[in-house]
Design a protein around this ligand. Structure first.
Ligand SMILES: Cc1cc2nc3c(=O)[nH]c(=O)nc-3n(C[C@H](O)[C@H](O)[C@H](O)COP(=O)(O)OP(=O)(O)OC[C@H]3O[C@@H](n4cnc5c(N)ncnc54)[C@H](O)[C@@H]3O)c2cc1C
Length: 485
């Protein structure tokens, strides 16, 4: 066996979170080895956020053109998938080639290793025959992969996950979507707007089940208006493929057929592949357990989807900032020698006395109270913090307010495509918002003000004194506040 190579930090998995951590630590002057077995950048730029939002941009242009009738004359729309596929191939993914991303990382001073890495005892990482000994730490940014339910027959069929749906060059005539969560609904609406006959099958009693029930209703109605068939409360029992198409057999006898089947029933971390047993960490959990500095165990941090703290790119980036600060604080302390006062760890504020760069100072702690999330259907479903049901489960003295967009000035002016609402969830005892949902043509953008209110715990009395520009969609926040009184 080769002698271990001594480095400062090894980052396993260079997705959104891992690439950010590895690049910033390298820029700060540490010797950083970044290991990636697939494409540097991870799911988001190649099979996730970026290409799916390009598809949505195109599909929404079609929907807007169809709204010309009745607003501004007539428009004839002939959807064509070719420019969408070309844009994803050429502009978003370089035909699924990460040369630019690898250069971006090595350009910051990082050392790139292509391969599958696993832990090999404290401080050690193995990639094939190579072993690295990390002086200051190891960061796990290994993300998730699609979680495919144990439906009889499914594994033997050529079903799609998000990857095949994003890479598709020619659209099928019909598509069954198994799973009515955010990814399922976004893709279902896109394909329907391009003329695919789409059916969504969801086991729970509503789509977007983690969001407010009013959001589920608006989203389902919007997709149905686009021609999507939605079946909720339907549990898939068996799947068959006959070479030309799929049949999904559901409990209760219902059958659904389509040329293609897209399985989007969630994602899961594969902890069993990481060698966690060699460092005494339980690999039997669904996600890695981390503290508020993303610490897994001595010398190991985690970042991104693998932590299970909301599978979003903005969470991975947010966590990356904390991991970078904490690893640098550890590195400075290690380089400075024992801390006689014993206070450095408690404050996270060891001063920069070594060659390790980057700003010294208190390491922020992760706080997900005001975690924003957006489902990019049309209308968009933006939400932050707790839903009404979650707040009630926690025993909060809940107060809610709701305002519908069509009856707001801007919604009425907007007319076609104006569905949506703003819903506020308040802690009546504290007098602050603890959650909010904003559904509408710009639901994700309207969310920003609500996220500030939850994040900064702005007193509701102050929100009521604010001036809301007329006639914006976000003025519905003022209406919802009034509804709460
Ligand atoms: C269709 C779709 C749409 C999405 N849209 C949005 C959106 O609009 N907004 C949003 O915020 N989020 C969105 N997401 C979620 C977002 O893509 C993820 O939250 C984000 O990619 C998580 O980043 P990550 O670094 O944790 O993991 P990943 O991006 O999954 O990267 C992990 C990397 O680790 C590598 N790896 C794993 N194990 C090893 C190993 N042992 N050795 C070496 N390498 C390894 C993998 O190959 C992968 O490249 C979407 C996801 C999907 C699927």
């Amino acid at each position: 066996m080769a002698d271990p190579e001594l480095v400062d930090v090894v980052v396993i998995g260079l997705g959104v979170g891992g690439e950010e951590v590895a690049g910033r630590l390298a820029e700060a002057g540490l010797t950083v080895v970044g290991v990636e077995r697939d494409l540097v950048g991870g799911e988001c730029p190649y099979w996730g956020c970026v290409p799916s939002k390009m598809m949505i941009r195109a599909a929404n242009a079609i929907a807007e053109a169809r709204r010309v009738d009745g607003l501004a004359g007539t428009a004839e729309v002939r959807p064509d998938w070719a420019p969408v596929a070309k844009r994803i191939r050429e502009e978003a993914t370089d035909t699924w080639d990460d040369t630019v991303a690898v250069r971006r990382f090595t350009g910051k001073g990082g050392r790139f290793v292509r391969g599958s890495a696993r832990l090999d005892g404290p401080g050690r990482v193995r990639v094939g025959e190579r072993v690295f000994q990390a002086r200051h730490g190891i960061v796990l940014g290994t993300g998730t992969r699609p979680s495919v339910p144990p439906v009889d027959g499914l594994a033997d069929t050529p079903y799609w996950t998000n990857r095949q749906a994003i890479e598709v060059e020619e659209l099928p005539e019909s598509l069954l979507v198994l799973g009515g969560g955010a990814i399922g609904l976004e893709l279902a609406q896109v394909f329907a707007r391009f003329g695919v006959r789409v059916t969504v099958v969801e086991a729970l009693d509503r789509v977007l089940a983690v969001e407010e029930s009013e959001a589920s209703e608006v989203a389902a109605a919007a997709l149905r208006a686009d021609g999507v068939e939605i079946h909720t409360g339907v549990r898939a029992q068996r799947v068959a493929h006959d070479g030309r198409g799929f049949t999904l057999y559901a409990a209760g006898g219902a059958e659904f057929t389509a040329e293609r089947l897209l399985v989007v029933t969630g994602r899961r971390a594969h902890l069993d592949e990481l060698g966690l047993d060699t460092v005494g960490v339980d690999a039997g959990r669904r996600y890695l357990t981390v503290d508020d500095r993303l610490h897994v165990t001595e010398g190991i941090w985690a970042v991104g989807d693998v932590t299970g703290e909301g599978a979003f790119t903005h969470v991975a980036m947010y966590q990356a900032g904390i991991v970078v600060a904490d690893v640098l604080a550890h590195a400075r302390r290690a380089d400075a020698g024992p801390d006689p006062s014993g206070t450095a760890h408690a404050t996270g504020g060891a001063s920069g006395t070594t060659g390790v760069g980057g700003a010294a100072g208190a390491v922020p702690r992760a706080d997900y109270r005001a975690l924003p999330r957006v489902t990019f259907t049309d209308p968009e479903v933006g939400a932050v913090g707790l839903t009404e049901a979650q707040a009630r489960e926690r025993g909060v003295n809940v107060q809610v307010g709701l305002a519908r967009l069509p009856s707001s000035a801007r919604g009425w002016i907007h007319k076609a495509g104006n569905e949506g609402f703003v819903k506020l969830v308040a802690d009546a005892d504290q007098g602050v918002l603890i959650g909010a949902t904003s559904v509408g043509p710009a639901g994700g953008e309207v969310l920003s003000g609500l996220a500030v209110a939850v994040h900064a715990a702005v007193p509701i009395a102050r929100l009521r004194q604010m001036i809301y520009a007329y006639p914006t969609f976000h003025r519905a926040i003022e209406d919802a506040l009034r509804d709460m009184s």
